[in-house]
Design a binder for this molecule. Structure first.
Ligand code: CP3
Length: 342
């Protein structure tokens, strides 16, 4: 197996810098659109043969160094008792938002084998299909990021309901975080047991928090999650979107790799993270709308600065955008490999 990605996560020697792309299986690929034309998004997530098929597409088409399970961070919330729907072009809606103590009490901490067997089956199919190719990344949302969807009832700009609950009824907020964290630990453990070689925890909205609020309302639950996964011995990646004000704290998460967005210089991020973690990132997803020449220069700069870290996994600073041309994504993978070879 090409284990370059796993070695970079652990800070071991590599022949070149491994690369994968957040949201690498998705709407920018015509091959994905073709599968998706026949089923809605949730059905795709819940049909292991199809979910495995779209997981493999970017591995074959782009030549990335890791596959990431095709699913969504919101899938386990349905098992907790949330009513989840995805509206075409409008994003997710959770129909029964959590706004008080009674709402939290009604939530379950589901058993993964019973509630999300399709996720575990997808992983088993992928482990067979990928043998000899690249490692498989499992994932979950970070507890705070999941809480924002549960409390807001979907996406949000200012997270008013989330922060109001956090400030006005902290004990209710923390009892919700308790249930989400227990769910997430069980969920990620079951993914690893089913065969995931590494896991990524997506804290997509951590950067909406002031540093002192992050310290109390997100980080402790991430730390607990990472610690619970340690016995499995697989690399844990903690992606912190809008991480600029949070890097020194994120290094205390205990994760092997910190994933960073593009708003921070990766060289500075490495310094602020210290020598004990690898770094993942951090090209602006919009750089794929430039030219191959501009892309080369930007990749070169990130690779140079990434070399100062214990290990570097190349990635975008957030998910690839649906409007991206697949040939530019492919060019990115080729350029990273070519320029980083010793
Ligand atoms: O990376 C991959 O290729 C694996 C699959 C994956 C998806 N979502 C598929 C998806 C992963 C890892 C995610 C994570 C996810 N989902 C996050 C964290 C990462 C991030 O972007 O910050 C979040 C916040 C979500 C929630 C979510 N799912 C939103 C807000 C939306 C709608 C908006 C959007 O970007 O499309 C989704 C839908 C979704 N998840 C799609 C895909 C391919 C599009 C669904 C479609 O085919 O119509």
């Amino acid at each position: 197996m090409n284990d370059t990605f796993l070695r970079a996560c652990r800070g071991e020697d590599v022949e070149y810098t491994p690369v994968w792309i957040m949201r690498q299986a998705g709407r920018y690929l015509p091959e994905y659109q073709k599968v998706r034309a026949g089923v809605d998004f949730l059905t795709l997530c819940k049909t292991p043969e199809l979910a495995a098929e779209v997981t493999l597409q970017p591995v074959d088409i782009l030549g990335v160094d890791a596959a990431i399970l095709f699913s969504d961070i919101l899938i386990p919330l349905e098992a907790m008792g949330m009513k989840l729907r995805f509206h075409e072009n409008k994003g997710p809606v959770l129909g029964n938002p959590v706004r008080g103590a009674g709402d939290v009490e009604r939530l379950r901490v589901p058993e993964p084998l019973e509630s999300v067997p399709f996720v575990l089956e997808t992983i088993r199919i992928l482990r067979k299909a990928l043998s000899g190719k690249v490692p498989l990344i499992g994932f979950a949302g970070a507890p705070f990021t999941l809480a924002t969807y549960m409390i807001e009832g979907g996406g949000s700009k200012n997270f008013i309901n989330t922060k109001a609950l956090m400030y006005r009824e902290p004990e209710v907020f923390h009892s919700l975080m308790r249930k989400i964290t227990d769910t997430t630990i069980a969920y990620l453990s079951s993914q690893i047991e089913a065969g995931a070689h590494a896991v990524q925890v997506f804290d997509s909205w951590a950067g909406a928090l002031a540093p002192d609020d992050y310290a109390v309302n997100s980080l402790p639950y991430v730390k607990e999650t990472v610690k619970a996964l340690r016995p499995f011995g697989v690399p844990v990646i903690y992606f912190v979107n809008n991480c600029g004000g949070l890097l020194e704290q994120a290094r205390a998460s205990g994760a092997d790799v910190i994933g960073i967005d593009w708003r921070v210089d990766i060289g500075e991020a490495v310094k602020r993270l210290g020598g004990k973690v690898s770094v993942q990132g951090n090209l602006d997803p919009c750089a794929l709308f430039s030219s191959v020449d501009v892309l080369r220069l930007k990749v070169e700069d990130i690779l140079k600065k990434g070399r100062t870290a214990r290990g570097h996994v190349f990635n975008l600073g957030h998910g690839i955008l649906p409007q991206t041309r697949p040939d530019m994504a492919r060019a990115l993978v080729d350029i990273v490999h070519e320029l980083s070879r010793n």
